[in-house]
Design a protein around this ligand. Structure first.
Ligand SMILES: [Fe+2]
Length: 203
């Protein structure tokens, strides 16, 4: 039996219609052409307004429904003690387009509770060993780095967790977790949709 602290990071692979990613891409470029970027953690990338969950595009509405369903399902499966009927879920989200050189500086999403990133487009890379397009999470327990060097890197004690998600995947994590995104080193855009969830206790 394992008894320990842990910081969960999930990769969810939801089912959806094959055309959704293309429809999202088309609608996202239309949205970008109408609105300037806002500046948050984005470096050389476009960041939409944070109005994702109130937008009217069919593809965005479909995706928002999917993100709400999959997030709730994930929370219920990770903790049988969690009862979604006790909370009103409040969601917020936005779109990121990172062209060549686009990246995101280290940040967290507090005061939200849970956060996720959906990958609409992740360019193919020529250098498998490189870090283009990787998301990197920082272990909140940095004191573990000494143990990681002594052979426990893959036992949950690594100071960093970094990987390159695929299109159609959701990376889901607690909002307190610090993370960053490595620069896009390709000539294709990387398109992601980031979202946050707050669980407001019902009165
Ligand atoms: Fe983020």
């Amino acid at each position: 039996m394992e008894v320990s602290f842990k910081t969960p990071v999930y990769v969810i692979r939801p089912n959806f219609s094959e055309s959704l990613l293309d429809e999202l891409e088309t609608d996202i470029y239309k949205i970008q052409s109408d609105s300037p970027s806002i500046q948050v953690s984005n470096i050389n990338g476009w960041h939409s307004e944070t109005d994702l969950f109130t937008r009217e595009e069919t593809s965005i509405k479909t995706l928002c429904g999917l993100l709400m369903t999959e997030s709730t399902r994930q929370l219920m499966s990770m903790s049988p003690d969690f009862d979604p009927k006790k909370y009103d879920g409040e969601f917020g989200g936005w779109i990121n387009i990172n062209p060549r050189g686009g990246a995101n500086a280290t940040h967290h999403h507090q005061p939200w509770d849970w956060s996720g990133v959906f990958y609409v487009k992740q360019p193919k890379i020529s250098d498998e060993g490189g870090r283009s397009g990787m998301i990197e999470f920082i272990n909140p327990c940095q004191q573990s780095s000494g143990l990681a060097k002594k052979g426990f890197m893959n036992a949950g004690l690594s100071p960093f967790l970094r990987f390159r998600p695929n299109p159609g995947e959701i990376v889901f994590f607690p909002s307190y977790l610090l993370h960053s995104v490595y620069p896009n080193e390709t000539d294709d855009d990387r398109i992601t949709i980031a979202y946050n969830l707050r669980l407001n206790e019902k009165k």
